[in-house]
Design a protein around this ligand. Structure first.
Ligand SMILES: Cc1cc2nc3c(=O)[nH]c(=O)nc-3n(C[C@H](O)[C@H](O)[C@H](O)COP(=O)(O)OP(=O)(O)OC[C@H]3O[C@@H](n4cnc5c(N)ncnc54)[C@H](O)[C@@H]3O)c2cc1C
Length: 418
């Protein structure tokens, strides 16, 4: 049997039907944070649909790519974080029917719900860059956006003694496309540049972005331009990576301000920031935006995080159609809004808590230096730490990134305490 997404539902499986008051699709950062907060409020009749037996702290992958953390430090067993008393449906959701209030899984289980929280994250569209899928992991081509490949990034940095190290940022202005933690492609460029400088290697670092700016918030853009000048990084704007030739070691870009024109740049190592979008079962679902910039992402009110068409449905995290930078830090602010508003709706009241688009990007700029960019829907800086100017490169912020935030993630956020 096929679902509407074309994913085959395993034949011959008993089509078990279960029902839970609340169903959460996705047990990543957002799904587990919300589940833990619900558990703390005494709510137990919850099912979490999550296929992976492992849970990943993805922000560490930047440090893995820079050789200052090990990939294994970013992964733990998912089972440790499913709150006691909740059901874990270890399977892929393949179809959501918001009218019948049911989620179908790949193995044929029908999970019925009264209230639904959708948080399946986003996926990389590697096929959008010709040759990328085959190139990844060899001939100097890597990405920190995949658990297995982040360690290869550091190997390629170490192996580069001269020539060109190229770092790319995809076209996030294209409707339906995005990139989680949009600062990550430039963080690894800064770390690599610092590495080459410390090892006195004559490597030219190029950062090529499909956008027109280094960073959307002027206050932080200025600081980052200074960082690029310090390292002599060549910044190419309006360059969208469209093809990789791993044998010739060449990357081809579409020039966004010269329609139809391309430019090919040779490289010794290449780090790719992938174009990302919502998973297919979300793009095809009635819950998704049908058009506009957020096409394919889940349509929710950007402040209450409630679906306008299906008031018993909420969404948060990377798959939600919210015009802000997709980060775990954003999820931390979204989760209490979803929990509060869901409980209000369950009690027959109106949602009354509002998310303001807060997000934050810890921009590592060197080994031992970090700028903490925090802002909201209006791209206004919204510093959360008192007395510290986090717009500056700081050592204490680096310590926060390396030790403080991972501790907070595993012990507080995923436990419903932060
Ligand atoms: C290299 C890198 C660096 C980053 N740096 C930072 C940073 O410094 N700071 C920061 O705050 N954020 C950072 N992030 C972003 C952060 O990790 C994400 O924004 C965050 O994890 C989003 O949470 P989520 O729950 O929406 O998605 P995820 O955490 O990705 O979870 C989605 C979950 O849904 C599951 N799923 C997928 N498909 C299905 C399906 N069909 N059915 C059911 N479940 C499904 C997945 O298995 C996964 O467990 C970084 C990310 C990367 C990759």
């Amino acid at each position: 049997m096929m679902s509407y997404t074309g994913v085959e539902i395993a034949p011959g499986k008993a089509r078990e039907t279960v029902h839970h008051r609340i169903v959460i699709v996705g047990g990543g950062t957002a799904g587990i944070t919300v589940a833990a907060q619900l558990a703390r409020k005494g709510i137990r009749d919850v099912a979490i649909i999550e296929p992976s037996s492992k849970h990943y702290y993805q922000p560490l992958w930047t440090l893995v790519g820079a050789g200052v953390a090990r990939a294994e430090q970013s992964v733990r067993d998912e089972a440790r974080y499913i709150p006691k008393g909740m059901r874990w449906v270890q399977d892929y959701a393949v179809e959501i029917d918001p009218v019948q209030q049911v989620v179908c899984t790949r193995n044929g289980t029908r999970v019925r719900y009264d209230f639904l929280i959708v948080a399946p994250g986003i996926v990389s569209d590697w096929d959008k860059i010709e040759g990328a899928r085959e190139a990844l992991g060899r001939n100097g081509v890597s990405t920190n956006y995949e658990y297995e490949l982040a360690p290869r990034t550091f190997e390629f940095i170490q192996q580069t003694h001269e020539g060109i190290a190229l770092f790319t940022m995809p076209n996030t202005a294209e409707p339906g496309y995005t990139l989680k933690c949009a600062g990550a492609p430039q963080k690894i460029a800064y770390m690599a540049a610092d590495y080459f400088r410390r090892h006195k290697r004559p490597v030219k670092v190029i950062y090529a972005t499909a956008g027109g700016l280094l960073f959307g918030v002027p206050e932080f853009c200025k600081v980052l331009e200074g960082v690029c000048q310090r390292y002599n990084i060549e910044v190419l704007t309006k360059h969208e990576l469209i093809a990789v030739d791993p044998v010739r070691k060449e990357a081809t870009f579409a020039l966004k301000d010269k329609p139809g024109e391309t430019r090919t740049i040779p490289f010794d190592m290449l780090h790719i920031g992938p174009p990302q979008r919502a998973p297919e079962f979300i793009r095809q679902s009635p819950l998704a935006h049908r058009d506009g910039a957020m096409v394919g992402f889940i349509n929710v009110d950007i402040h209450t995080l409630q679906s306008p068409e299906y008031p018993n449905v909420f969404a948060l995290g990377d798959a939600a159609g919210l015009p802000t930078s997709r980060t775990g830090a954003a999820v931390r602010k979204q989760a209490p809004v979803v929990v509060n508003n869901l409980l209000k709706v369950m009690a027959g009241k109106e949602p009354d808590k509002h998310y303001n688009g807060y997000t934050s990007c810890p921009l590592v700029t060197a080994y031992g230096r970090m700028v903490l960019a925090e802002f909201d829907y209006d791209y206004k800086p919204t510093p959360s730490l008192p007395l510290i100017n986090t717009c500056k490169e700081r050592y204490d912020m680096w310590l926060l990134k390396k030790y403080g935030l991972p501790f907070m993630y595993w012990n507080l956020m995923l436990r419903g305490l932060a």
